[in-house]
Design a protein around this ligand. Structure first.
Ligand code: PLP
Length: 452
């Protein structure tokens, strides 16, 4: 049966971010058939510990009957209705209110979508429309960072800073500029402290604002922690300086919390963790713990007030904006997270446990740096620990290591040669111990493979 599924997959299914030739040449994709708690199961009956919460999504873990029941009840009650025709429905209103309660105080309105990419496209439109409403239509440029990931639609992909994503935009959409990311381990000068580096990385934004002319700049956008870029955690000096700069030039701040939203750092939103005051927060993924698609933009009072004062349509929206089933599942998911104290537990127990687990490997000969914040972390593999020199064929060793993890029943993602993890927030001691044992074996095996 596994082979049959693999064969059909190869005949009919195009995968995201995948080299199809390699996928076909190999034995085919592993077929995942079930999830339970912190584990998924493949079609051969193997149990796999999920160190990536699906794809930064499954914060409450797999197999929640409560979420299934919430979806079932809502499907029977009202499976779908739009929110275009001067219509609304109870789950969308309840969820918008709940999100406004959890978000920073100035964010009280929500525009819904289904994916993180859509939420960032919405934010880009809202930002540019805001400046038109304010009588400053020249403000169009959005500054973001190299290696940022904001999604795969053409606008969100252009706001992202990954060259391999830009490659398929033919060309990158106009009005986006990218500055250095706050990646101390890879980008700092010899002897530069993280604090000094954090200030330098933030001031690259100011330099870009001045190069563009402040009167042309609409916003700065960033992930509080770059996730898909390799869990790059900014030094403590970075975000306060970013806030100072956006305030000084009066530009909007967009925090892309598609990964960091809903507790990953031990606060509902990472903006709270870093003490920043965004004008917009985009979210998706863990809003429903990934059980059904739902995303959105939390919109600041300044932008919402401008929209309310406009006597015209905001011509933007998705059929599934505020989908009732997705909203009902999100509400139940947030209720479970609150009841089970999953967010404070990141601060109290799970986050420190992840940091301790990763610290065990910092002296391994392959490991350049381990880093983590809350329940997201990374192990960066390098060719030379002393000089931080990377492997010349970037990404090869990461894949070797990832395959060792996978064979041993554990998932971490390889971002080139950086092994990234973001476990479900329900991990307990058993899972940290299990992961630790696999990582230890996999690093040793990878070292042998690299040397051999
Ligand atoms: N923003 C960030 C920070 C992401 O990590 C992602 C996806 O991983 C997105 C946006 C895009 O979300 P989606 O894949 O749901 O479109």
């Amino acid at each position: 049966q596994t082979e049959q599924i693999q064969q059909l997959d190869s005949q009919h299914h195009l995968h995201p971010f995948t080299t199809h030739q390699t996928l076909r040449a190999a034995s085919g994709p592993r077929v995942i058939v079930k999830g339970e708690g912190a584990y998924v199961f493949d079609s051969e009956g193997n149990r796999i510990l999920d160190g990536m919460a699906g794809l930064w999504t499954t914060n409450i873990g797999y197999g929640s009957k409560e979420l299934a029941q919430a979806a079932y009840d809502q499907i029977l009650e009202l499976p779908f209705y739009n929110t275009f025709f001067k219509t609304t429905h109870p789950p969308v209103v309840a969820l918008a209110r709940k999100l406004a309660e959890l978000a920073p105080a100035n964010l009280n309105q929500v525009f819904f979508g289904s994916s993180g990419s859509e939420s960032n496209d919405t934010a880009i439109r809202l930002i540019r429309h805001y400046w038109v409403l304010k009588g400053e239509p020249k403000r169009r440029i959005i500054i973001s960072r190299k290696n940022a990931y904001h999604g795969s639609t053409i606008a969100a992909g252009s706001m992202g800073g990954m060259s391999h994503v830009h490659q398929h935009s033919y060309p990158v959409y106009e009005g986006f500029r990218h500055v250095m990311d706050p990646y101390w381990y890879g980008e700092s000068f010899d002897g530069e402290t993280p604090e000094a580096f954090g200030l330098r990385a933030a001031r690259a934004i100011e330099d870009e604002i001045l190069r563009c002319g402040p009167e042309n700049v609409a916003a700065f956008a960033g992930e509080p922690v770059q996730g898909a870029g390799g869990v790059k955690i900014a030094p403590d000096t970075y975000w306060p300086e970013v806030q100072r700069i956006v305030d000084k030039y009066g530009i909007l701040l967009l925090a892309d919390e598609v990964i960091t939203g809903f507790g990953r750092l031990g606060t509902w939103f990472a903006s709270e963790y870093y003490g920043i005051r965004p004008d917009l927060i985009t979210f998706a993924k863990a809003a429903t713990s990934g059980y059904v698609p739902l995303s959105g933009v939390l919109v600041g009072d300044n932008i919402a007030d401008a929209l309310m004062a406009e006597n015209d349509d905001f011509n933007h929206g998705y059929t599934f904006s505020g989908h009732p089933v997705a909203c009902a599942v999100a509400l139940k998911n947030l209720e479970i997270m609150e009841r089970d104290r999953l967010v404070p537990r990141v601060k109290e127990t799970t986050g420190p446990a992840l940091a301790r687990m990763l610290a065990r490997f910092k002296d391994h000969p392959l490991v350049g740096e381990v880093r983590s914040v809350g329940m997201m972390g990374a192990i960066e593999l390098v060719a030379d620990k002393k000089t931080r020199r990377r492997f010349s064929d970037l990404g090869r060793v990461g894949l070797i290591c990832r395959d060792h993890f996978f064979r041993d029943g554990f998932i971490m993602r390889a971002v080139f040669d950086t092994m990234v993890c973001a476990p479900p927030l329900i991990w307990a001691d058993t899972q940290f111990e299990e992961a630790s044992a696999v990582i230890e074996r996999a690093l040793d095996q990878t070292l042998q493979d690299v040397k051999g």
